[in-house]
Design a protein around this ligand. Structure first.
Ligand SMILES: Cc1cc2nc3c(=O)[nH]c(=O)nc-3n(C[C@H](O)[C@H](O)[C@H](O)COP(=O)(O)OP(=O)(O)OC[C@H]3O[C@@H](n4cnc5c(N)ncnc54)[C@H](O)[C@@H]3O)c2cc1C
Ligand SMILES: NC(=O)c1ccc[n+]([C@@H]2O[C@H](COP(=O)([O-])OP(=O)(O)OC[C@H]3O[C@@H](n4cnc5c(N)ncnc54)[C@H](O)[C@@H]3O)[C@@H](O)[C@H]2O)c1
Length: 515
């Protein structure tokens, strides 16, 4: 193996857990296999999308030749620097959130809450390493996939290079994901800042943290770090945080942030950053007022850019955009019909479950649609998502505005958790279930849930949308009492009540009379 083909990877800190992680997802002594004559599928990138395509195709037991190429860590963002580490850290932060509010539940915590930040991060590293075997090079090799560690680039219409190896393919899949957008604020590169790629390597708590960007990454991590004991200032360009979400939902989370002591700087313009002896000094303007704040660390959550560089896409006629990534049609086919793409590299939905669902479409469309027959479409997916703040915001389907833009008349049913017994018992009344349905019909078009475990509740509505179960049928589903999910049934019952017109009431009156 040549040196250019394989580079050892270090994940900091270099403790036993990170060594175990690397031993699975980028084994230091991995020897790339000798390529077969021609692969049915060559998959570039071993994040969620690439892993699902490779495992799905090889696991069919049809003797397909599948190659998977990863330049860094198998498992991609989700396992290594995304969902998994963030949710582990958020779990520790939730314990603190519970303790902060303990008095409301009649529990006095007499001692100062002492967050052992190094232990929080160690727990995360331990759990991450513990599940990493699932994405390991060895496991994929055992599934029958040829795993190549190294940087992939297209050499011609039917070949990909990895180091000194040439892989011939019938079809290829680009699944190279995205990375944190660099911030273009004067002085910030010199001052240095954290992204999702480095924040999970912290072992000491930054006392003062500036988070730039009030999207899902910025908000999830701002709240977690605040609860873990940092002073947090969250900078956001918009007039409120999480501005892609339902505005009522975002408002609830924003109020919690303020209560918990996160300093919000909204409508901000970052001007420059200076490294001083006191720390990193950020100069900004907000609603026409100039100000500055000094912190120990800056964390960027300011959007993602696709990993299109170095793939030599021009050679194979795959069109792309530096912002939106690889261009695909609804079948996830690129402008080169033999090359497909899936996941963050080509989709607006930048979620692990979206990458997984897209990968399944790619398997069907690359392998089981002769002459393009029976192809599956991305636009047919019903995509839920969850932002893991506390409370969580979960959403599926359309928003009101989207429906209006499409000319669909809609009604919205909103059930506040202040009317749900279990939420009252839990002290979690600040939230709601909002269901959007077609006017004059019980067809559900979308839903937003704001609740501590909204992510666990949204799938009921997703199932209803996917399988065209209307509110009338949902109203007949018994929900255990007391649960927060009862709010969904209450919404369905509220719809049923709207059917009680004077005419139906008269009919019911007759039934009563003759019963
Ligand atoms: C902090 C954070 C938290 C998140 N939390 C959630 C969450 O809770 N839920 C959720 O659904 N989503 C979450 N996401 C989003 C989720 O991580 C991504 O949507 C998902 O990882 C996308 O998978 P992918 O396979 O498209 O790309 P990636 O996971 O980015 O994988 C792409 C892989 O391709 C490799 N690669 C790139 N170029 C090359 C090349 N030339 N040759 C070989 N290999 C290459 C990369 O090294 C990488 O391993 C989070 C993201 C972040 C950053
Ligand atoms: N729970 C989840 O599923 C989850 C969690 C994290 C990330 N993700 C995925 O990752 C994607 C990226 O997340 P993200 O939060 O980085 O991006 P984002 O684009 O969703 O949000 C970033 C926000 O930062 C603001 N911003 C950008 N530059 C700024 C600046 N200089 N000053 C102030 N504000 C600035 C932008 O206006 C934007 O609203 C998301 O779209 C999501 O799909 C998902």
């Amino acid at each position: 193996m040549s040196n250019s083909e394989f580079q050892k990877v270090i994940v900091r800190p270099l403790d036993e857990y990170n060594q175990r992680l690397v031993s699975y997802v980028h084994p230091p002594y991995w020897v790339n296999p000798r390529p077969v004559d021609c692969y049915d599928l060559v998959v570039i990138g071993a994040g969620t999308a690439g892993l699902v395509v490779a495992a799905g195709a090889a696991g069919l037991g049809l003797g397909l030749k599948v190659a998977l190429i990863e330049k860094h860590l198998m498992g991609g963002d989700c396992l290594n620097v995304g969902c998994v580490p963030s949710k582990c850290v958020i779990r520790s932060a939730r314990v603190v959130g519970e303790m902060w509010n303990a008095r409301d539940f009649g529990v006095n915590i007499t001692q100062h809450i002492d967050v052992d930040f190094p232990a929080v991060m160690e727990r995360m590293r331990k759990l991450r390493a513990g599940i990493s075997h699932h994405d390991s090079a060895e496991r994929f090799q055992k599934l029958g996939v040829d795993v190549f560690l190294g940087n992939a680039s297209f050499a011609s219409n039917d070949t990909v290079l990895v180091g000194d190896k040439t892989l011939n393919f019938k079809k290829a899949v680009i699944a190279t994901g995205a990375r944190a957008a660099r911030l273009s604020i004067p002085g910030i590169e010199e001052a240095d800042y954290l992204t999702n790629e480095t924040v999970f390597s912290l072992t000491q708590r930054p006392q003062r943290l500036a988070v730039i960007g009030g999207g899902p990454i910025g908000c999830e991590l701002a709240q977690a770090f605040r609860r873990l004991g940092c002073e947090v200032v969250l900078f956001h360009r918009g007039s409120h945080i999480l501005n892609k979400e339902d505005a009522d939902a975002a408002e609830i989370v924003q109020n919690v942030f303020i209560q918990e002591g996160i300093r919000l700087v909204l409508n901000c313009q970052m001007q420059r950053v200076e490294k001083t002896i006191e720390g990193k000094k950020l100069y900004f303007s907000c609603n026409g007022r100039e100000d500055s704040v000094t912190v120990d660390e800056i964390l960027a959550g300011a959007g993602r850019v696709p990993n299109v560089e170095g793939l030599n896409l021009e050679t194979v006629g795959v069109e792309y955009d530096q912002q939106r990534g690889v261009m695909v049609n609804d079948y996830l086919q690129t402008t080169n019909p033999r090359i497909y793409a899936a996941g963050d590299i080509c989709m607006n939905w930048k979620f692990t479950h979206a990458a997984d669902a897209a990968a399944r479409i790619v398997i069907k469309n690359t392998l089981f649609s002769p002459f393009g027959l029976g192809r599956y479409k991305l636009s047919n997916l019903v995509m839920p998502w969850v932002t893991y703040t506390d409370p969580e915001i979960a959403h599926v389907g359309m928003y009101e505005q989207e429906a209006q833009e499409k000319g669909i008349d809609v009604n919205t049913i909103k059930i506040p958790f202040s009317s749900v017994d279990r939420a009252i018992a839990d002290g979690e009344e600040d939230g709601f279930v909002k269901i959007l349905h077609k006017k004059g019909s019980d067809q559900i078009l979308g839903a937003t849930i704001v609740a501590r475990h909204a992510g666990e509740m949204i799938s009921e509505v997703t199932t209803a949308i996917v399988h065209k179960i209307g509110l009338s049928k949902m109203s007949s589903v018994i929900h255990p009492y007391p649960t927060q999910a009862e709010a969904i049934k209450k919404a369905a019952d509220a719809y049923r009540r709207t059917l009680l017109t004077p005419k139906t009431k008269r009919f019911l009156g007759l039934l009563i009379k003759f019963s």
